[in-house]
Design a protein around this ligand. Structure first.
Ligand code: SAM
Length: 326
């Protein structure tokens, strides 16, 4: 890393969830009648790497479609942000899409990625510092569903605060959770801030199912990696060959659900605790809610935002919403 970028890249603000929090979530989730595991734990370092592979899959339309929308409208977004914005990205991952914004924005004052996958975020922030040596970068490792604060940057003079929440990660929340999350980010950013959110749309079911059941089995590897993580970090005894990935459409809730299906009756230990599985019983690991344009606008209003613009691709596969905090 160059001397210059080192100076501009602040030490990480580290609020990574503890092992104890992970254990509690796993034990609670596996003890409920429909076994569940929180999707945020899919993203250890390996999970983040596999997610990046998913983004390149031919079936996984969201990433390339959102990229195209952002490329086409980066200037419109820059106009909304005005000069010297402070940019906060929620669930920043590899930090690739934000580069499109950073190139278009007028002298961005600071970039604050907020991300649960610690090592992955550090590597991404270092890469970004190389590419944008003038940019002040202040990474935050945190679970954004829990209270956290942003680093203060008293030496930075910034204009509008702009939130960035791409990847349709908002679809991982239920509708009520999405309203709560946007309300929290509204308070965090203050009045007059702009929020750019990528939102996946309801569409042909074959397209949706294929995106989450890819032929190469990469999404399956992503899902099963959660069991591997439990084995490694919590002393689990999951035999990965006795579970299979399944992604199904829940028509009532308009969401894709990822499950891990037990292929036989079995008992699995997590540390000193034992959990029983029937053959065919599932662990629900992730939901991806799909929206309609007006439905998401309504949700944003409930969370205290004024919808300003919405952009989509020609096939109406994906949408990017610009919202303003009230
Ligand atoms: C669907 S991926 C999107 C990644 C990237 N923003 C993109 O658009 O390609 C979700 C990202 O959010 C992060 N994430 C998920 N839940 C989180 C949480 N509760 N707190 C912080 N980050 C989270 C994941 O680690 C991952 O990088």
């Amino acid at each position: 890393m160059s001397k210059r970028s080192e100076n501009r890249l602040a030490d990480i603000q580290d609020l990574e969830p503890s092992l104890e929090e992970f254990r509690t979530s796993v034990v609670d989730g596996l003890s409920s009648p429909q076994k569940t595991l929180p999707c945020k734990f899919l993203y250890d370092e390996r999970g983040s790497q596999i997610f990046d592979d998913i983004c390149d899959l031919p079936e996984y339309y969201p990433t390339r479609t959102e990229r195209r929308i952002l490329e086409r409208h980066a200037r419109d977004i820059a106009t909304l942000a005005g000069p010297q914005p402070r940019l906060i990205e929620f669930g920043s991952g590899a930090g690739t899409k934000v580069r499109l914004l950073l190139r278009a924005l007028d002298r961005p004052a600071a970039y604050l990625p907020v991300e649960i996958s610690r090592e992955y975020m550090i590597a991404a922030a270092e890469d970004l510092a190389e590419s944008f040596p003038e940019l002040r970068i202040a990474p935050v490792c945190a679970d954004y569903t829990e209270p956290f604060t942003l680093p203060e940057l008293p030496d930075i003079d910034h204009g509008t605060t702009m939130g960035f929440f791409p990847g349709s990660t908002i679809g991982n929340f239920t509708r009520a959770e999405a309203v709560d999350f946007l309300s929290v980010t509204r308070n965090l950013m203050g009045p007059g801030a702009i929020m750019i959110v990528g939102v996946d749309l309801v569409k042909d079911l074959d397209v949706l199912r294929a995106a989450y059941n890819d032929a190469a089995g990469v999404t399956a590897a992503f899902n099963l990696n959660l069991l591997r993580r439990i084995n490694r970090e919590l002393g689990g005894t999951f035999d990965l060959s006795t579970f299979r990935h399944d992604a199904r459409w829940n028509a009532e809730l308009e969401r894709i659900e990822m499950h891990l299906v037990s292929l036989r009756e079995q008992e699995v230990a997590v540390g000193t605790l034992r959990f029983n599985f029937q053959e065919g019983e599932t662990i629900h690991t992730e939901s991806s809610h799909k929206y309609r344009l007006d439905g998401f606008g309504e949700l944003a209003r409930e969370a205290g935002y004024e919808p300003v613009e919405v952009w989509t691709d020609d096939k109406q596969l994906f949408s990017v919403h610009a919202l303003r905090t009230l």
